[in-house]
Design a protein around this ligand. Sequence first.
Ligand code: PCA
Length: 212
Amino acid sequence: MKKILITGFEPFGGASVNPALEAVKQLGEAKLEGGEIVVCEVPVTRYESVDTVIAAIETHQPDFVITVGQAGGRAGITPERVAINVDDFRIADNGGNQPIDEPVVVDGPDAYFTTLPIKAITRTLQEQGIPCQVSNTAGTFVCNHLFYGVQHYLSGKNIGHGFVHIPLLPAQDTTGNQATMSLDVIVEGLRLVAQATIDNKQDVAIGAGQIC
Ligand code: PCA
């Protein structure tokens, strides 16, 4: 039985909802074959975000960690390929921090790659009719910061981790101008991310690259 920690960010930037947190509230009850899910809520604050997830890892001792945040404008669930050692916040985080071109970790490596099987995850969700695409940038705000910071902490430990961005909820865009996804599809999509992670010790070699 594998244990999967799934984390969700609180609302930020003046919003009252974050689909990541709404999804995580339901995922504690979700069923997996050969696994169980534990969850944790994460503040959208530069260093506290990483400290919160590290504390949850130490409490729960999971086999895998899936960190989740919202990405306004994206139409699908997007497992991230890479975290970079850059904090360049276009808006202040919930703690009022707004670093410009600072490292996440001083003297850390330039980047860390995900250790989740993102191609297998993408194939699994697409087969179930849930829009999903590999993403090659997690941005330079708190999501990238958390992705990088947790990978740094997990270096040399046998715990897989990756970050997944999800679309906005329909209620977050009443103009209808942005892509959105309903909460039940997001919850099922993230459950499948966890299931595919358990089921694929090795990733599969299928093309999911992008041409700019
Ligand atoms: N999305 C933001 C931070 C929190 C969240 O859910 C991001 O993409 O950095």
